[in-house]
Design a binder for this molecule. Structure first.
Ligand code: ARG
Length: 460
C-alpha cells in the first residue's frame, strides 16, 4: 500500500501510478535517504518519540540496507514502490515491523527529498570538482609540451595575429579556473539542511535542527521551512555552472576540430582517440570532440528545463518538483564524464609545429607589426593602419608576403620605412613585442604557465 493509502477508498489506476511514481530514477538517492533517516531516528530518540532500543534497531537495519545498496545499487528497482522514500520504509517494515512505522514521525517526504538531493549534489559535485582539476592538469601538460610552438590566432575565423599554442591552451585553463570557482560558490550556498522542516510549516517534534544539520555534514540548518522544502536554487546553480563549463568544453572542441582538419592541420589526433568512416577509408574523425560539443546541447537543455519547472510554482512543495531529478542526474553525470574524457584524450593530441608556424606566417598576420613599426617612426597609428592596408593589397596582388617585398617598393608607400623593417616583420619579433601581462610573448606565456601551475598545486 502507498504511504498515504488511509484516506483512499479506491485503488489507484495503474496508469496514474506509473506516471506518478519516481522510483525508476530516484533510486539513485537511496544512500542519501538512508543517511538522512539514520540522523532522523537519532533525533526522534533524543526527543523521546522512540526508545533508545528502537533507535538502535532502526539504525542497524538502515546500516544493513546501506550495505545491500552498496552491493547492488539497483536493488530498489526490483520492487514497485512509489519512490525511494517509500522503498526504504517498506524495507525497514519487512525487517522490523511496527518500529519501522515510527520513523516517519514529524518528517515529510518534502523535507526528506530536499535533504537527499542536497546530500547527493554535494557528493557528486566533489566528483565533478576532481574531474575539472584533471582536465586543467591535462591542459597544463599540453601547454608545457607545446613549448614555444606558434600558430595563427583568429578573429572572425580569419588569421589575425600569431599566438603561442601554449597561450591558446592557457586560455581554456582560465575558463576552467572560473568554472571551478563557480562550482565552489554553488557548493557553499547549497550546504544547508532542510531536514526537520516537515511538509512545509516545520516539524512538531522537538528536534535540534542545528545538531541534525551538523550530523549530516551540512554547514547550517535552513532558516525558513517554506523555503527549505521548495528551494531548488542549488539545482539551478549547479546546472548553470555545468552549462557554462560545458560551453567552454564545446568551444575548445570546436577549436580542436578545426585545428585537426585537413584545411588547418595544426593538431593531430592519435589513433587511440579517433574513429574512421565505414565508407571512406582515408577518414580519421574527431568524434570525441564532436560529442563534447553535442553533449553541451543536452546540458544547456536541462538548465532551461529546470528553470521552466520552477518559474510558476507557488510556495511550498509541488509535485512539479519531482521533475528536478532526471535532467539533473543526467547533467551531473554528463558534466563529469565530459571533463574526464577531455583529460583522457588531451595527451593523445599532438601539435604539428612546422605546419602551425607556416600557417602563422601566412595571411599577413604581421600587418599590425608593420603598422606598429611605422608608429615607432613617428606616424600616427590611424595613418599607419591606412598605409599598411594599401601595402597588403599591393602584396596580395603579387601573392607575396609583406617581408618579401623589396625595400624600394615598401618605400613607395612610406618614406619612413628603412632596412630595419625586415627584422620587425619576423614572426618572433611580433611575438616578443606582446610582452605586457596576459600577452603571447614567450616569456609572458612561460610566466603564465608557471603561475597556473602554482595555482593548481594549491587546489589539490
Ligand atoms: N517523489 C517525490 C519528489 O521527488 C517525493 C516528495 C513527494 N512529496 C509529496 N508530498 N508527494 O519530489
Amino acid at each position: 500500500m502507498a504511504m498515504w493509502g488511509g484516506r483512499f477508498q479506491e485503488a489507484t489506476l495503474s496508469e496514474f501510478r506509473s506516471f506518478n511514481d519516481s522510483l525508476s530514477f530516484d533510486y539513485l538517492l537511496a544512500q542519501q535517504d538512508i543517511q538522512a533517516s539514520r540522523a532522523w531516528a537519532q533525533q526522534l530518540a533524543q526527543a523521546a518519540i522512540i526508545s533508545a532500543d528502537e533507535a538502535a534497531q532502526l539504525d542497524a537495519a538502515l546500516a544493513d540496507l546501506a550495505v545491500a545498496i552498496e552491493a547492488d545499487p539497483k536493488l530498489p528497482l526490483q520492487t514497485s514502490e512509489e519512490d525511494i522514500h517509500s522503498w526504504v520504509e517498506a524495507q525497514l517494515t519487512v525487517k522490523l515491523g511496527a518500529v519501522a512505522k515510527k520513523l516517519h514521525t514529524g518528517r515529510s517526504r518534502n523535507d526528506l527529498v530536499a535533504t537527499d538531493l542536497r546530500l547527493w549534489s554535494k557528493l557528486n559535485a566533489q566528483g565533478v570538482r576532481q574531474s575539472l582539476l584533471a582536465a586543467i592538469a591535462a591542459l597544463l601538460n599540453f601547454a608545457d609540451n607545446a613549448g614555444t610552438a606558434v600558430m595563427p590566432g583568429f578573429t572572425h575565423l580569419q588569421r589575425a595575429q600569431p599566438v603561442l599554442v601554449a597561450h591558446w591552451a592557457l586560455a581554456y585553463v582560465e575558463m576552467f579556473k572560473r568554472d571551478l570557482s563557480r562550482l565552489d560558490d554553488a557548493l557553499a550556498r547549497l550546504d544547508v539542511c532542510p531536514l526537520g522542516c516537515g511538509a512545509l510549516a516545520g516539524t512538531g517534534v522537538a528536534v535540534d535542527r542545528v545538531q541534525l544539520a551538523q550530523r549530516l555534514g551540512f554547514a547550517s540548518a535552513a532558516l525558513n521551512s517554506l523555503d527549505a522544502v521548495s528551494d531548488r536554487d542549488y539545482v539551478v546553480e549547479l546546472s548553470a555552472a555545468a552549462s557554462i563549463c560545458m560551453t567552454h568544453l564545446s568551444r575548445l572542441s570546436e577549436d580542436v576540430i578545426f585545428f585537426c582538419s585537413g584545411e588547418a592541420g595544426f593538431f593531430k589526433l592519435g589513433d587511440a582517440i579517433s574513429s574512421g568512416s565505414s565508407l571512406m577509408p582515408q577518414k580519421k574523425n574527431p568524434d570525441v570532440f564532436e560529442l563534447l560539443r553535442g553533449k553541451t546541447g543536452r546540458v544547456l537543455g536541462h538548465l532551461v528545463a529546470i528553470l521552466h519547472v520552477l518559474k510558476g510554482l507557488p510556495l511550498a512543495y509541488n509535485k512539479d518538483m519531482q521533475e528536478d531529478k532526471q535532467g539533473f542526474f543526467d547533467l551531473m553525470a554528463t558534466w563529469q564524464q565530459s571533463l574526464l574524457i577531455l583529460a583522457t584524450v588531451l595527451p593523445h593530441l599532438t601539435v604539428n609545429e612546422a605546419q602551425c608556424r607556416q600557417a602563422a606566417e601566412l595571411g599577413y598576420s604581421n600587418a599590425t607589426d608593420l603598422a606598429d613599426y611605422l608608429v615607432s617612426k613617428g606616424m600616427p597609428f590611424r595613418d599607419a593602419h591606412e598605409v599598411v592596408g594599401e601595402l597588403v593589397v599591393h602584396a596580395a596582388k603579387q601573392q607575396l608576403a609583406l617581408e618579401a617585398l623589396p625595400l624600394h617598393e615598401l618605400q613607395q608607400f612610406s618614406s619612413l620605412i628603412a632596412e630595419d623593417v625586415y627584422p620587425a616583420l619576423q614572426l618572433e619579433a611580433g611575438l616578443q613585442k606582446r610582452a605586457a601581462l596576459g600577452g603571447t610573448a614567450p616569456q609572458q606565456v612561460l610566466a603564465a604557465l608557471q603561475q597556473a601551475k602554482q595555482w593548481f598545486e594549491q587546489q589539490v
